[in-house]
Design a protein around this ligand. Structure first.
Ligand code: TXA
Ligand code: MG
Length: 337
């Protein structure tokens, strides 16, 4: 049996049949999606899903979202979908968008950690979509990372963590978006954003006609994983934001001067500002920063510096999702100057 499939430079997706057979037989497959890599198993098979919890070291209280390939599969796992929920799915499926729906009895309780709701997403990435299609069942797929660590957005970053823990691995190059899906739940006819992502608040407002409530700021415990540690780095880190670039860079230099081996993660624009200091370029546009966010954090962490100092960005649009991950990565060690 092939253990590894390289679809980085080859789009013969018929070879995904083998991986789909492994899913059908109760195995775990690591594969790319447009947001981040996932670790997938047949969502309707509780023994298979249990293997994901073991492979990630995932807390059993943290429910897993499902990937589907069509609306029939959405209806296979949910019940009582309302008009607003349909509207959101119509607008954002397939894509980086997860909706929390009322679950039905087909979904084993291990998937939803005993909750009566289930997260559902239809991926746009061709590999992920074809894999679900061939498997013919919804695939339970959390992000591919050891629990508590930043998500994997390219194969090489996660290969060693999972090579002995999964049944099959698919290399599809780097994830095009780089941060996990936006998660929305409709509560009393009002959209709540449980996790920000690349589908933005204003896009959700445009579809629903009402401003969504930002649970990730005002009610973070609505996302079960927020009660657990995640995206954490091994090195000490701090996130600094200012709306004035001069103030931002001076503050960062001042903090760096208290350390012996600091690393600064900064925007392309500021690369030459931190003359004698070690810097890592996080990119220029929000899209670029998101796309390599987790790889950049891992790269910085691998140097084992005595501090990682990260430049914050403005919290608008995709910037909100990026800052949400950075604030978590720094374990709330965040200052505005
Ligand atoms: O983009 C994504 O969503 C990626 C790719 C692989 O599809 N997956 C992903 O999965 O980010 P994960 O498990 O790392 O994050 C899913 C989040 C967790 O924070 C979990 O607590 C939350 O979704 N979640 C899952 N089911 C839920 C439910 N029924 N109600 C509320 N939150 C839920
Ligand atoms: Mg995750």
């Amino acid at each position: 049996m092939e253990f590894y499939l390289d679809l980085k430079n080859n789009n013969d997706y018929s070879s995904l049949e083998e991986a789909a057979n492994i899913i059908k037989a109760g195995g775990v497959v690591l594969f790319p999606t447009e947001t981040v890599y996932g670790l997938g198993a047949n969502a309707l098979d509780s023994n298979a899903v249990e293997k994901i919890f073991i492979a990630k070291g995932r807390n059993p209280k943290n429910p897993i979202n499902l990937l589907v390939s069509n609306m029939k599969m959405v209806e296979m796992v949910s019940s009582n979908i309302n008009e607003l929920e349909y509207k959101l799915m119509e607008a954002f499926f397939p894509g980086p968008f997860t909706i929390i729906l009322q679950k039905n009895s087909k979904v084993p309780s291990i998937v939803t950690a005993g909750k009566d709701t289930v997260g559902v997403r239809m991926p746009s990435n061709e590999i992920a979509k074809t894999l679900v299609e061939y498997a013919g069942v919804p695939i339970a797929a959390p992000s591919a990372n050891v629990s508590g660590k930043p998500s994997g957005t390219n194969f090489n970053d996660i290969y060693n963590d999972f090579k002995d823990k999964v049944d099959y691995m698919i290399d599809g190059g780097s994830s095009s978006i780089g941060i996990e899906s936006t998660i929305v739940q409709i509560i009393d006819n009002i959209p709540h954003i449980l996790r920000p992502g690349s589908v933005t608040e204003s896009q959700i407002k445009a579809v629903c006609g009402i401003s969504p409530i930002k649970d990730y700021e005002i009610n973070p415990s609505n996302l079960p994983s927020n009660k657990l540690k995640h995206y954490s780095l091994n090195s000490k880190s701090i996130l600094v934001y200012s709306n004035d670039n001069e103030r931002l860079t001076s503050k960062i230099k001042e903090i760096a001067s208290d350390y012996t081996s600091p690393i600064i993660v900064c925007s392309s624009e500021n690369i030459n500002t931190y003359k004698d200091l070690k810097v890592i370029n996080m990119g220029s546009t929000f899209d670029e920063i998101a796309q390599r966010l987790f790889a950049t954090l891992k790269e910085a962490d691998n140097f084992s510096p005595d501090i990682i100092i990260i430049e914050g960005i403005e919290q608008v649009g995709l910037g909100s999702a990026i800052m949400n991950r950075l604030i978590n990565a720094c374990e709330n060690n965040y200052i505005e100057v």
